[in-house]
Structure formats: structure tokens, C-alpha cells
Design a binder for this molecule. Structure first.
Ligand code: PAF
Length: 279
């Protein structure tokens, strides 16, 4: 595997590749990321991965500085997966001058749910993903459904800018007890790690109630939030939304069986976990 940090060298190295499948990451790779690499392989060749902890998508009080950086271990994992090129730019490579042009998602998608609690997050994500796409020029890019809103925003961005990149969503990779794998799980204490699968259980219970015919979603959401809070979590949201646009379903949507997803974010101790489940 070739490790490249400069955009120019990356372009030289990938020149003429028409079927590149790309996976963007911030490193600290776990099985969830590796499952994205394996899915990428079924969609194109060569597989290119990136590792870049993108300052633009972190708020001033978020964990940019302490975000886990495990470069050497990541390289070994990617080599085992047969990744062809790892693009690992420094901040200077990626942002040689202040990044003043930004890609801003529409308010009704970028400023709800995660966007409400992490202002500017999706502008930071969209901007770096657009720039990574410009560097790698992939035919396909794989993103995990664990970051459901991010996947939708990237997919809409690719469509609206007519990018020549197909966006593929990958199923969430879970530990045996249901906890969605995430680099931030590493922040959890032993006790918190034992408690963490509750988030997925709550999502399953919400999904089952809705599937069972409960149309009063606000009530179900409220009870789910209270259940988490009762166990010491600080939930930001538990929200049943339409899969098509992540807006709340109307009574008519519920009647007509619109495809839904339940999304959640909650703090357990100092660690903020997110998860979701298609209903
Ligand atoms: O999901 C992530 O790890 C990041 O948001 C991404 C897509 C690599 C952009 O920095």
C-alpha cells in the first residue's frame, strides 16, 4: 500500500484510474471501517482510503485535540485489507490556506438533529468530503449508515453538484451486544461500555412500537428520552423521521406507511454516542 500525503502526488498516482472506490475516514480504524473497505472492493478497483481528522467539522468545545490518532495500527489494518493507496494529508496539505469556500447543506437537512447540536458540523463534513472527492476522483464512495444524516447529506451533495461519484451506504457494524462500533467508544469506561448497548435497545423498542401501529411518535420519542435519562444518560434527541428527508412524519405519512428511521444521540458520561435504526 502506498501512503501519500500530497494532493499532487495522489493525483499523479491515480491518473487514469476510472473505477476507484473510496472510503474517507478520520482514522482509529475498527471493524466497522474495515467492513466499508470490503464493501468498497465489491464496487470498484483500486480501493483508496483516506485518514484525515478534519478540524473544520469539530466545534470549539469538541474533541478535536483528543480524537484518537493511531496511524501505525491503521496502516497495518488497511494493508491487510489490500487497500491500494492511503491518502493521509497533513493539515497543511489539505488546507494550505484558510478554507474560505465551504459547502453548506440546506438548513432543513444540515441544521436539524446532529446539525442542531453540532452547529457547522455538516458544513465541515461536506466541505472536506467535496475536497477529498476532488483529490481522489472516485467513481464510488462508501459511507456507513451509522452516520445516517451524514450519508444523506453527502448523497444529496453528490447529486446536486452532479459529481461523477456514486454514494453507497453500508450497514452499521455492531458489537455482539448491539453497540454500533465507533472510534468514540474507546472513551467509555468499563461500566459505561456495559451500559452503552441500551441506546440500541431503546431504538429497537421505539421501532417495534411504531411497527406495532403506534402512530403518536412524539409520545414514543419522549418515553425513550425519559428511559435513557432515567439510567443517567443525557439524551440530545430520539427522533422518528422520514427516511426520504429526515423530516418528522405527518399523520398522513404514518397512515400511508412512509419509510421511517429512528435516530438518536445521547451522552453517556462524557462520551456522546449516536445511533439509528431503519423502521
Ligand atoms: O465519518 C467520518 O469519519 C467523517 O465525518 C468523514 C466522512 C471522514 C469526513 O471527515
Amino acid at each position: 500500500m502506498k501512503i501519500i500525503s500530497s494532493i499532487e502526488e495522489l493525483r499523479d498516482h491515480l491518473r487514469g484510474q476510472l473505477r476507484t472506490a473510496f472510503v474517507a475516514t478520520m482514522g482509529n480504524l475498527h471493524e466497522g471501517h474495515l467492513s466499508l473497505m470490503r464493501l468498497a472492493r465489491t464496487h470498484g478497483d483500486p480501493v483508496v482510503a483516506s485518514i484525515f481528522v478534519n478540524r473544520l467539522q469539530f466545534g470549539p468545545n469538541e474533541d478535536f485535540d483528543k480524537y484518537p490518532r493511531t496511524f501505525q495500527a491503521d496502516v497495518e489494518k488497511l494493508e491487510k485489507e489490500g487497500v491500494y493507496v492511503l491518502f493521509a494529508p497533513t493539515e497543511k496539505d489539505m488546507y494550505p490556506e484558510p478554507q474560505e469556500y465551504r459547502v453548506q447543506p440546506p438548513n432543513d437537512l444540515g441544521n436539524i438533529l446532529e446539525g442542531e447540536f453540532r452547529p457547522g458540523f455538516f458544513t465541515g463534513v461536506s466541505t472536506v468530503v467535496m475536497k477529498l472527492f476532488s483529490c481522489v476522483q472516485p467513481r464510488v464512495a462508501v459511507f456507513g449508515k451509522k452516520d445516517y444524516q451524514q450519508l444523506m447529506i453527502v448523497r444529496n451533495m453528490a447529486r446536486q453538484f452532479a459529481l461523477p461519484t456514486e454514494i453507497v451506504g453500508a450497514e452499521t457494524y455492531r458489537a455482539e451486544d448491539g453497540l454500533a462500533l465507533s472510534s468514540r467508544n474507546g472513551y467509555l469506561s468499563v461500566e459505561e461500555r456495559a451500559e452503552a448497548p441500551l441506546l440500541y435497545q431503546v431504538l429497537n423498542d421505539v421501532a417495534n412500537e411504531v411497527r406495532g401501529g403506534q402512530h403518536k411518535v412524539a409520545q414514543v420519542e419522549q418515553l425513550a428520552m425519559e428511559r435513557l435519562a432515567g439510567r443517567g444518560w443525557k439524551p440530545d434527541y430520539v427522533a422518528v423521521r422520514k427516511r426520504i428527508d429526515l423530516q418528522p412524519p405527518s399523520a398522513a405519512d404514518m397512515e400511508q406507511g412512509a419509510p421511517l428511521v429512528v435516530l438518536s444521540a445521547a451522552k453517556l458520561g462524557a462520551t456522546r454516542l449516536i445511533d439509528n435504526l431503519e423502521i
